[in-house]
Write a protein that binds this ligand. Sequence first.
Ligand SMILES: Cc1ncc(COP(=O)(O)O)c(C=O)c1O
Length: 399
Amino acid sequence: MTAADPLLAFRDRFPITARTNYLINNSLGAMPAAARARVAEFLDAWDTRGVRAWGDGWWTLQERVADRIATVLGAPAGSVSMHQNVAVALEMILSCFSFDGARNRIVYADRNFPSDQYIYEARARHGAKLVRVPAASDGISTDVQQIVDAIDDRTLLVAIDHVMFRSSAIVDPVPIVQKARAVGAFVILDTFHSVGTVPLKLREWGVHAAVGGALKWLCGGPGNCFLYVDPDLVTSLQPTFTGWAAHKQPFLFSPAGQDYRDDGGRFATGTPNVPALHSGMAGIEIVVEAGMPAIRARSQRLTQLLVEEAQRAGLGLKSPLQAERRGGHVALDVPDGYAVCQALAAREIVVDFRPDAGLRVAPHFYNTEAEVRAAVRAVREILDSGEHRRFLQAERKPG
Ligand SMILES: Cc1ncc(COP(=O)(O)O)c(C=O)c1O
């Protein structure tokens, strides 16, 4: 028995774990059984209360979900707004800046999630000068010092992923924020791969803004992404991407123009995604109940076991070997990765494959040591037997 075993008491709350070796929690966290009841509540309210459901609680649900997420971010209540996806959340914060002045540089890392890079790069059309920092010499992480050195008084924005989506390497945001604050630049941290598995202290770190979502480690399903903005900066920002939900009194439907809210709700747009918010709350609450320090400790134990088992099995690794430098997943560098991933799925072992990363294996607090061992053993068996060959021509599907 290990000290973290009490977390396995949560396992029964995630039904898929009874059927499947579910090790892809950095992509889509397992559905908590309680989410079904929450979505049923939404349907019941729509069915029985109709439009009155807005006043019964639908309208303010986005704030309740946002405040619950804030506790996991190490951020105060009222500092977070909810969005359909990270792309929208990034567009929202970017809409607060113009790039036609002398300070117009965006410093970002080429190991960041590509979608974020597309969004920053599109700003070049509005005058932004792009400073793309290459990967560290190990090829799998971002060199913090290189980012720090790239920031100067021409830098408007600094965009970093907290945990690299391919390798799981952690980027320490603190020195980056310190340099950015010293020269007057604004840091946007993408926490998608850390929130819910690596403890976050956004307020303490001094990060200006952060994005992320609940569908991975927070087990909240799609449609529950968020934007955090430092409460000290909120009223100095005027998003051009806006809507009536960002108005102080939306139900006045005032023709007198936008009157932005003074809290995180300033970064809302229009009608909230009510079904998604219903499905999202259950997982976030369970993560809060389990507690981030315990989740991180268990994650480090499981990923360390994964690394050791993979090394014993002679499999390549594309993740940092030290647990404290790693987020919640481990990338296994194996030949024919996509086909191996399909062969694992045929054995009801679910991981994913990403080009230039390999197989991403991502145990959460409800996974067992036995599942981690079984997955590594299966990869070895598949490669040795050639079981994956029938998937070599398989069409790439989303996921
Ligand atoms: C680090 C990171 N940022 C951004 C995204 C894209 O998010 P979205 O699809 O919500 O725009 C992802 C998707 O997995 C991601 O891993």
